[in-house]
Design a protein around this ligand. Structure first.
Ligand SMILES: *Cc1c(COP(=O)(O)O)cnc(C)c1O
Length: 410
């Protein structure tokens, strides 16, 4: 029971104690309990409003509780929520058509998360290798990659800290340095069936591929007859200034995986495969919840809203503006080394190991950012964010930098 005197002030500490008792210890949570959200803003348990530059980790592309998401959810919930994939439903087909129109000639498999999308991609590549490349099964991945937490996706992920407790992982994955074509070329051999990478590595601190790299990789994959898999789970849905980040290089992959922002907050993932890689047959793969009418109707609304409201252009202009505004804090003594990224997927590289402290100070100042590692802040705000909100966020971030400097000086 809460005491009437300060019923809400203790909310996040209350939840913290209950979480310790009843939730597995898998997440390092910030000292914040979010009660509600609207657009780029959330309200905490004490009624304080914070600007949210994390947006559920690149999930809430339309911000919190967008009317288009709400009305698609309630309309579809009143009609049909789940059927299994034993039957046809039109929201699933509408979404598949929208996705293929936005991407490259392909067909779609629906699932529920990024890891699951990557599992499907790995299975496609293995089956393709078995059929078309004499049993080749090795997938060449990159250092700094993140593809998810299931065993297959984890085997494709490079971070030793995530992998080590669960070894042995499935074999057949090698990791080469990111942005290194020579290393990639050298790693591809007769056993290789595919190359798999993120156009911008998100989880490891927002590291973009150099311009033109994907075009070169596409050429190498064609030359060596292996599949190119791009993981657009975080880079997709217009965040980098195109529907899909690989479109900056005017290429098409053989397989693309998506999730995070696709449902605007409702879980859904998908895999697109070009005809060459589209090798699944009945019985090869499935997902009970995959492509439910509920999730698909919402995802259709998300895609239509992004298109109708010009949010991909907004991601470019607000991304540039946010990056410039944060870079400009350097002249005021903020420990900002550089701002990396593309569109509204930004990594603020700091010149000292203060990212977690800046994150906490920012919370106190009413701003949500995500510290990845000791020296990087990841910013993946909603694509709906406007100039006034960027200005307010940057002011709050500047105050957080000042607070951390004052702590250090004290
Ligand atoms: C988040 C992420 C995943 C994993 O997605 P989940 O939905 O958490 O399984 C995979 N790949 C990339 C690039 C991601 O950012």
């Amino acid at each position: 029971m809460t005491t009437p005197a300060a019923p809400q002030a203790a909310a996040h500490t209350d939840l913290e104690a209950r979480a310790r008792a009843r939730l597995m210890n898998t997440y390092t949570r910030q000292p914040l309990a979010i009660a509600s959200g609207h657009g780029a803003w959330v309200t905490d348990a004490e009624g304080r409003e914070l600007i949210d530059l994390v947006a559920g980790i690149a999930v809430n592309v339309l911000g919190h509780c967008h009317p288009a998401v709400q009305s698609a959810l309630s309309a579809q919930a009143a009609a049909l929520i789940h059927t299994s994939n034993l039957y046809y439903t039109s929201p699933q087909l509408e979404l598949a058509e929208l996705l293929v129109d936005s991407a490259f000639p392909s067909r779609v498999f629906f699932c529920n998360s990024g890891a699951e999308a990557n599992e499907a991609a790995i299975k496609l590549a293995r089956k393709w290798g078995k059929r078309h490349r004499d049993g080749a099964h090795v997938i060449v991945c990159t250092q700094g990659s993140f593809h998810g937490r299931t065993l297959g996706a984890l085997a494709a992920t490079s971070n030793a800290r995530y992998r080590a407790p669960f070894e042995p992982l499935p074999s057949g994955f090698v990791h080469v340095p990111y942005n290194d074509l020579d290393a990639m070329r050298a790693a591809i051999d007769a056993a290789t069936c595919a190359v798999m990478l993120e156009p911008v590595e998100g989880e490891s601190g927002v590291h973009p591929l150099d311009a033109g790299m994907l075009r070169e990789l596409r050429r190498i994959c064609d030359e060596r007859d292996v599949l190119l898999i791009v993981d657009e789970v975080q880079t997709g849905m217009g965040r980098t200034g195109r529907w899909w980040a690989h479109q900056h290089d005017a290429i098409a992959p053989d397989i693309m995986t998506i999730a995070k922002g696709l449902g605007g907050g409702v879980p859904i993932g998908a895999v697109l495969a070009a005809p060459r890689a589209d090798v699944f047959e009945p019985g090869d793969h499935g997902a009970t919840f995959g492509g439910s009418p509920l999730a698909c109707a919402v995802a259709c609304a998300v895609m239509r809203t992004i298109a109708a409201d010009g949010l991909i252009d907004n991601a470019v202009s607000m991304g540039d503006y946010l990056a410039e505004s944060i870079s400009a804090l350097r002249s005021r003594g903020a420990p900002v080394e550089t701002v990396r990224g593309r569109g509204l997927m930004l990594g603020v590289a700091l010149s000292a190991d203060v990212a977690p402290r800046v994150g906490l100070a920012a919370l106190q100042r009413g701003l949500i950012v995500n510290a990845v590692g000791a020296r990087t802040l990841r910013l993946v705000p909603p694509l709906t964010i406007n100039r006034g909100e960027v200005d307010e966020a940057v002011q709050r971030l500047a105050a957080a930098f000042d607070d951390v400097a004052a702590q250090a000086g004290a």
